[in-house]
Design a protein around this ligand. Structure first.
Ligand SMILES: [Zn+2]
Length: 78
């Protein structure tokens, strides 16, 4: 699941994370209207954050360790 955060660099404000881009765009539009007379402040933007996709790094690392263990066992198990 992704999350989106709108930030206005001019005002130095970061809004709360929301779960869909449309919501962040609405916050952006409202802020531009109310605080900047509908103009676009320098450096404002919506930051998107993706949560770690499956398989995550931890899962890959665990798989690698298991593989090494199996190889080690087969070399030394006879
Ligand atoms: Zn602003």
């Amino acid at each position: 699941m992704s999350s989106y955060q709108y930030r206005c660099a001019v005002c130095g404000i970061t809004w709360d994370e929301v779960t869909n881009r449309r919501q962040a765009e609405q916050e952006r539009d409202r802020h531009r209207r109310e605080a900047h007379d509908g103009g676009v402040p320098d450096g404002d933007g919506i930051r998107a954050q993706d949560s770690e996709p499956w398989p995550g790094r931890g899962v890959l690392l665990a798989g690698l360790l298991v593989m090494l263990f199996v190889m080690y066992s087969s070399w030394h198990g006879q």
